[in-house]
Design a protein around this ligand. Structure first.
Ligand code: DX5
Ligand code: ZN
Length: 224
């Protein structure tokens, strides 16, 4: 029996932005515990989404902690501004930051949890040192940039290996997984060691996002 806390983190990327407040209300009702906001710059990833003003507005209208996933080049220039805008968790990509230690320390000093995100083809070895400074690692199980992509199956083993690295070193680092998560694979990723589960399409692509959150949580229940 596993005693980890599992967080379900809906990604608003797949929501109807013209109804954003109502969509957030729905996932709150469904039992979401974190709200995942994907920030893309059209440079680090081939897509553009939302930024600081949107995080600021959402932070005023929800009690859920906002998890800002920065898919941007030179994230160190902006990370602390996302904390000031109301994000309680901010992750930056290991591939995008030459000064990761400084960025992670800056996020923490500003009062949020600091995360390192890692692309599917980037090896876990690139995190060996950063694990000492991060509060969580975000494993990308699709290539970042778009919702609705298929889960990359090798991500499961990556989560298992990362779990081992963290446990062997007795670190207090949580594992988040993002991309292609649905009812069919959520139990497996939780069993592999993921604790924060991001889902976009599997929640906002359904007629009833509240029910979708509940079903995803129920599917993890044997591991909680
Ligand atoms: C992709 C984003 C994800 C995305 C997940 O770059 O980081 O958060 O919204 O969407 P789904 O769950 O549809 O794969
Ligand atoms: Zn994301």
């Amino acid at each position: 029996m596993n005693s980890k806390t599992i967080d379900i983190a809906p990604s608003i990327l797949s929501s109807d932005f013209s109804q954003l407040g109502q969509q957030i209300r729905a996932v709150e009702e469904g039992g979401a515990t974190i709200l995942h906001v994907d920030v893309m710059d059209g440079h680090f990833v081939p897509n553009i989404t939302v930024g600081l003003p949107v995080v600021k507005s959402i932070a005023r209208s929800t009690t859920l902690p906002i998890d800002a996933h920065l898919m941007i080049s030179e994230p160190g220039r902006y990370a602390e501004q996302f904390v000031a805008a109301g994000a309680k968790m901010v992750s930056v990509h290991v591939e995008a930051d030459n000064h990761l230690h400084r960025t992670l320390m800056g996020i923490k000093a500003a009062g949020a949890a600091a995360g390192v995100a890692i692309n599917p083809a980037t090896p876990l070895s690139s995190l060996a040192e950063a694990l000492n400074f991060a509060d969580y690692v975000l494993i990308m199980s699709v290539n970042p940039g778009f919702g609705g992509q298929e889960f990359i199956a090798t991500s499961l083993e990556k989560v298992r290996q990362l779990r081992r690295m963290i446990d062997e070193r007795r670190l207090n680092v949580r594992i988040e997984i993002d991309g292609g998560i649905d009812l069919a694979n959520i139990a497996e990723v939780v069993a592999a060691g993921a604790e924060i589960i991001v889902a976009g399409t599997a929640i906002f692509g359904t007629p009833d996002p509240a029910v979708a959150v509940r079903e995803l949580r129920d599917a993890t229940v044997e591991w909680v």
